[in-house]
Design a protein around this ligand. Structure first.
Ligand code: DGY
Length: 336
């Protein structure tokens, strides 16, 4: 008998069909967002789940779903999952790193450029019928990207990919801050120099935030940090809501203590802070950093590979390609 699994959000039908060749699959083609009690109800008896950032997997859920052995998340980030609680219960957690690195770096760079060059703001102006005379010398003047200083907070795979775009594509001086300094050969390969956080804030013309969310990165950029930035600087957040204090950012944008911001992620998304919506000097996108067709397919496919292998099927049975807590793997297989 095939083991039952749940696919919590709509996905590519052929990838869900691939899961069906291994499992008894319950999916969610209508893409309904379930509350946690609804999710718990649907997970009853399920041994594995393909989850997304909107699903909160915590101790309460795990205790209510004791059969669950594998939680395979679509996305490189997994702050929706209490990994320690999973590990303590022998539940394997997987994510989808690498396959989205360049797509997300492209998006971060695009959002930074749109922010610096006021693309969204000027498009709204044009669509609003306000463009009645051409070529005024200061119409929508923004900040240059080429040749300026790019600051990157969080220098993992995506941060490094953004650095390469800036250093080698746009002749930028690239500085970064990270929990630890990268080895010299990695710094050289992405044309970036390590600085302390204060220097990063003070010297960046365009600061891009790429740190994962955790209790320790909560409001890493708040009122105090924004005050240290140049008044001409831009801030782009493609990491997670909560890494930036959205209320403090809205205030900084209003006061002009920084020039503009580009945000793909928000505290409490899909709700966006009202004060941000009121500001013209912010480009807002609905968490689409990895949203190219091929990358979203690659993420779903890697997630399926993880689920299949984690539950002991397929060519790499017992060895999911991208585990978050590999220490539970042998235990998870023995318990089944
Ligand atoms: C990720 O991969 O973490 C993206 O933000 C999608 O959730």
């Amino acid at each position: 008998m095939r083991v039952p699994v749940l696919v919590t959000r709509a996905s590519f039908p052929d990838i869900v069909d691939r899961l069906r060749t291994n499992f008894d699959v319950t999916d969610n083609p209508d893409d309904t967002i379930w509350t946690q009690p609804e999710l718990i109800a649907r997970l009853q008896g399920k041994v594995g789940a393909m989850t997304a950032g909107s699903d909160r997997i915590d101790a309460t859920l795990l205790d209510a779903c004791p059969q669950l052995r594998a939680v395979c998340n679509i996305g490189v980030g997994y702050n929706n999952i209490d990994v320690d609680a999973c590990t303590a219960r022998g539940v394997i957690v997987t994510n989808t790193p690498d396959v989205l690195t360049d797509t997300t770096a492209d998006f971060g760079f695009a959002l930074m450029m749109a922010t610096a060059r006021r693309i969204a703001e000027s498009e709204h102006y044009l669509r609003g019928g306000l463009w009645t005379k051409t070529g005024r010398y200061d119409m929508f003047v923004g900040g240059d990207v080429h040749g300026s200083t790019l600051g990157i907070l969080g220098m993992g795979r995506i941060g490094q990919a953004i650095a390469r775009r800036g250093a080698f594509g746009f002749n930028m001086r690239v500085i970064y801050h990270n929990r630890s300094q990268l080895p010299a050969h990695v710094e050289e390969s992405c044309g970036a120099h390590y600085v302390d956080k204060a220097t990063l804030l003070r010297e960046s013309d365009h600061l891009i935030v790429v740190v994962p969310y955790s209790a320790s990165s909560h409001h890493t950029i708040g009122a105090a940090e924004l005050k240290q930035m140049k008044s001409s600087a831009t801030l782009t957040n493609i990491a997670r809501g909560g890494v930036v204090d959205d209320a403090a950012l809205a205030e900084a944008l209003k006061e002009g203590s920084i020039a503009a911001a580009g945000l793909d992620v928000f505290e409490g998304e899909p709700v966006v802070h009202r004060a941000l919506l009121a500001q013209k000097n912010v480009v807002l996108t609905p968490h689409i950093g990895s949203a190219s067709v091929s990358t979203r397919r690659a993420m779903a496919s890697l997630c399926a590979d993880n689920l299949i292998a984690a539950l002991g099927c397929g060519p790499t049975a017992g060895k999911p390609p991208t585990p978050v807590n590999p220490q539970v793997l042998s235990g998870a297989l023995e318990e089944r």
